[in-house]
Design a protein around this ligand. Structure first.
Ligand code: FA5
Length: 344
């Protein structure tokens, strides 16, 4: 009897272990522990046994019952936890969710495009420091100390001891300081530079940010004329904005160029005729001019032998003037608002 109960135990535990679902567990429960189950077959034999044998068999049957019940409970629990919950199901045919992917900031995109356009006609891309000496930012650009024109740059000064030769330290207010640095670096013409860098000014409203970017072109060689400047500006306008766009030079004043101009681009809607958006037909892009002899001299160049032109535009404003772009507030560029950035 003992051996037979031992075999029954092995059989029950093996079958429970192999059960694949709750249905099988329930039928094993009935077949081993049910009223007509295999365990009850043994209790039926009680009447044939002596008192001591009854006690022993009773204990064995109880132990086996507990072992089978325990095994059934554990298996049931493990089958339930293995089963996928309703929410785990998914439809394989549904289109997948793409992980969000970032992209270059629109200013970085514009800088890459601008560099490309100028590199195609032989300009060399450079960048010069964001923290600059007074000498490069103003003095060498023909703006001596206390010159009123310096006020126009609304400069941010760095609290640091001034340099003996170069003076006060400032946050670069314009990429024109790169003209001096590039002439110092190359020492002799020809020079074809496109300097794109961060600039800082004490200005903040819908058309100004404290930090912005400028791109500065400089060409120095022999016998350079305003026609060369105009040709390069028109080439840029057509490459960046489209073949129907062109530039216009308006007389202006900068200390570091003579003559100086403000550069306008024709409006994308009326192409220069004048409409509700532009009024005059033109939008201002930036400044330009023929490099002042004093700037050439300050950089160690012979101003009688060499001359050239320079221009400096804001990257953000240049980008905003593209047709199809409508950005009402320049500060949006640096607001870190993804709803804005996702559009570019
Ligand atoms: C200059 O900075 C001259 N250095 C440009 C130049 C270079 C003239 C070479 C002659 C020869 P201006 O201050 O106008 O000029 O600035 C040029 C452009 O920079 C502006 O037209 C505008 O597009 C951009 N800009 C200036 N200040 C800001 C600002 N706070 N926020 C955004 N863009 C600005």
């Amino acid at each position: 009897m003992k051996e037979s109960l031992h075999n029954l135990r092995n059989e029950a535990l093996a079958l429970i272990q192999e059960a694949r679902d709750i249905k099988e567990i329930n039928s094993l429960k009935i077949s081993f522990l049910g009223r007509k189950g295999k365990l009850n077959e043994y209790t039926k034999k009680f009447s044939e046994l002596k008192k001591e044998e009854k006690i022993e068999l009773g204990q064995l049957i109880n132990e086996l019952k507990k072992a089978i019940e325990g095994a059934l409970r554990r298996k049931e629990r493990s089958l339930k936890s293995d089963q996928p919950k309703k929410t785990d199901w998914f439809d394989f045919t549904l289109p997948g969710k793409r992980p969000e992917q970032g992209h270059l900031h629109l200013v970085s995109q514009a800088i890459a495009e601008i560099s490309d356009i100028f590199e195609k006609i032989g300009f060399v891309r450079v960048r010069y420091p964001q923290v600059e000496w007074d000498w490069y930012a103003f003095e060498a650009l023909n703006m001596p100390k206390n010159h009123p024109a310096r006020d126009e740059w609304e400069t941010l000064f760095i609290k640091a001891p001034p340099h003996k030769k170069y003076g006060q330290m400032v946050l670069t207010p314009q990429t024109s300081s790169g003209q001096i640095r590039e002439m110092e670096r190359l020492k002799k013409p020809p020079i074809k530079m496109i300097n794109i860098a961060k600039c800082h000014r004490r200005q903040q409203d819908i058309t100004h940010t404290i930090m912005f970017h400028q791109f500065e072109g400089l060409l120095i060689d022999k016998n350079i004329s305003i026609a060369n400047l105009k040709g390069v500006l028109d080439y840029f306008a057509k490459s960046f904005y489209g073949p129907e766009r062109k530039t216009r030079l308006r007389p202006f004043h900068f200390n570091f160029t003579e003559p100086s101009f403000e550069v306008d681009i024709n409006c994308p809607f009326c192409l220069g005729k004048g409409c509700r958006t532009c009024k005059s037909g033109w939008h201002e892009l930036g400044g330009a001019g023929m490099v002042h002899p004093n700037v050439l001299k300050a950089s160690g160049f012979d101003s009688k032998k060499y001359n050239g032109f320079a221009f400096g535009f804001g990257v953000e404003r240049t980008f905003m003037m593209r047709s199809g772009i409508k950005i009402d507030d320049l500060r949006l560029f640096y607001s870190n608002d993804l709803r804005f950035l996702w559009q570019f």
